[in-house]
Design a protein around this ligand. Structure first.
Ligand code: KG4
Ligand code: ZN
Length: 350
C-alpha cells in the first residue's frame, strides 16, 4: 500500500531544500542546498537568505524530482514550511508552493517547522513514534514536550531567552569561529578540556520540584554572559588562543548538561523512557552520548542522522503527510507566518 507522493519544501532559514516522499516514509529524492553566503557575517542575513532561496529553489526542486525519477505532474500534494522562520525566506517557499499547487490542482499543506523536526527521526527509524519525550533544540527554539500521540504535544518547558542553538552560535562568534557555531564549537571542544572552566548550569538546581515554574524551563543568556566575562578576563592579560578549545568544551558541557538534566526530569515525571531529540543542536555528539548513557539500559534515545537533524525538505514532506492524512489542507490564500503557532501544542497540566 503506497501513500501519496508529496513534495516537501523548506526555506525558513538558510537551507533551500526539496524532497519527494512516498508517504509515509519512503524518500525518493532529497536535495539540500546550504547557503554559505552568511559565513562572513557571523549569522544569517535575512535579505541575503531570501534572495538566495529565490535563486536556487527551481534548481533544487528539479534535482529532487530528477532523483525521484518523477515529474511535477506525478505529485499528489505540495507541503511547505509556513513558519516559524524569517519572513522573507519563508515567503519564497510558500509562494512557490502555492503557485505550484494551484497550477497542478493539487492540495497545499502548510507545515510548522518544529513539528517537521519532530517527524525527522521517523524517516529513518520505525521506533521513532509516540509516545515519547521530545527535546527540540534549534537555532530559534528550545522545547521540551511530552508526546502521547502524533498531533498532541504537551509543553513541559521552553527557553526563557536564547534558544540552545543561538547560544552555540553566539559563543562561537565570540570565540572567533564561523557561522553556524554548533559544529565549530563541537570540533573545538573535542580538542579541549571540559573540566577546565566551571560555567553555571542555568535554571538547574537539584532542589527544584515539579510544580516550580523553572523545573523544566531553560535559560542560556546567563551562560553566554559567563563565557563573555571569562573571555574578557583571559584577553585582558594574555592570548585566548591556548584556551579557546577549553572554553568551547566547558561551554558545550554546561549547555548540554542542562538540556540532558531537564530531559531526564521529564522522563522521570512522565514515566516515558523513550526520548526523541530533534532540531539542529540534536546533531551534537556530547548531547546524544550524555542522554543515551543516562537512559541506558531500559530507555531509548532516538534521533535522526546529522543530515536529517539539520533543516531539510524531507521532514517537511513527512509532517505534511501527517497533516494531509488528517485532511488539513491549506487554502491558497494562506501565507507565511514567522510566529506560526505549533499545532496541537498545549500546556501540560502540572
Ligand atoms: O534546526 P536547525 O538546522 O535550524 C533552525 O531551525 O534554526 O538548527 C540550527 C542550529 C544552529 O544554531 C547551529 O549552530 C546548531 O543548530 N547546531 C549545532 C550543531 N549542529 C548545528 N549545535 C550544537 N552542536 C552541533 N553539532
Ligand atoms: Zn530547524
Amino acid at each position: 500500500m503506497s501513500g501519496p507522493l508529496i513534495l516537501g519544501l523548506e526555506t525558513s532559514c538558510d537551507e533551500t531544500s526539496a524532497a519527494v516522499l512516498l508517504a509515509p516514509n519512503t524518500l525518493r529524492g532529497h536535495v539540500i542546498y546550504s547557503q554559505d553566503e552568511h559565513a562572513l557575517f557571523g549569522g544569517v542575513v535575512p535579505e541575503i537568505a531570501a534572495r538566495a532561496h529565490v535563486q536556487r529553489i527551481d534548481e533544487v526542486v528539479d534535482q529532487a524530482l530528477a532523483e525521484a525519477g518523477c515529474a511535477l505532474s506525478d505529485l499528489d500534494a505540495v507541503a511547505v514550511t509556513a513558519g516559524p522562520g524569517l519572513i522573507g525566506a519563508l515567503l519564497v517557499g510558500v509562494c512557490w508552493a502555492k503557485a505550484t499547487a494551484f497550477g497542478l490542482g493539487k492540495p497545499l499543506v502548510a507545515v510548522h517547522h518544529m513539528e517537521a523536526h519532530l517527524f525527522a527521526p521517523s524517516l529513518e527509524n520505525a521506533d521513532a513514534v509516540p509516545p515519547f519525550v521530545a527535546l527540540l533544540v534549534s537555532g530559534g527554539h528550545t522545547l521540551l514536550l511530552h508526546v502521547p500521540e502524533w498531533g498532541v504535544y504537551h509543553m513541559l518547558g521552553q527557553t526563557r531567552d536564547d534558544a540552545a542553538g543561538e547560544a552555540f552560535d553566539k559563543v562561537a562568534r565570540l570565540l572567533g569561529m564561523a557561522y553556524p557555531g554548533g559544529p565549530a564549537i563541537e570540533a573545538a571542544a573535542s580538542r579541549g578540556d571540559e573540566a577546565r572552566y566551571d560555567f553555571p548550569r542555568p535554571m538547574f538546581r537539584r532542589n527544584q520540584r515539579p510544580g516550580d515554574n523553572d523545573f523544566y524551563d531553560f535559560s542560556f543568556s546567563g551562560l553566554k554572559t559567563a563565557v563573555v566575562t571569562l573571555v574578557r578576563e583571559i584577553e585582558a592579560d594574555r592570548s585566548l588562543d591556548p584556551e579557546r578549545d577549553n572554553v568551547a568544551a566547558s561551554f558545550q558541557a554546561a549547555a548540554t548538561d542542562v538540556l540532558m538534566e531537564k530531559t531526564m526530569r521529564a522522563v522521570e515525571e512522565t514515566g516515558c523512557r523513550r526520548v526523541l531529540l530533534g532540531g539542529g543542536v540534536s546533531a551534537n555528539g556530547r548531547l546524544r552520548e550524555a542522554l543515551a548513557r543516562r537512559l541506558a539500559p531500559s530507555g531509548q534515545l532516538l534521533h535522526a542522522s546529522t543530515r536529517l537533524s539539520l533543516d531539510n525538505g524531507a521532514m517537511v514532506a513527512r509532517a505534511g503527510a501527517f497533516r494531509l492524512e488528517r485532511g488539513e489542507v491549506a487554502s491558497l490564500d494562506a501565507s507565511a507566518d514567522p510566529n506560526l503557532p505549533f499545532p496541537g501544542l498545549m500546556q501540560a497540566s502540572a
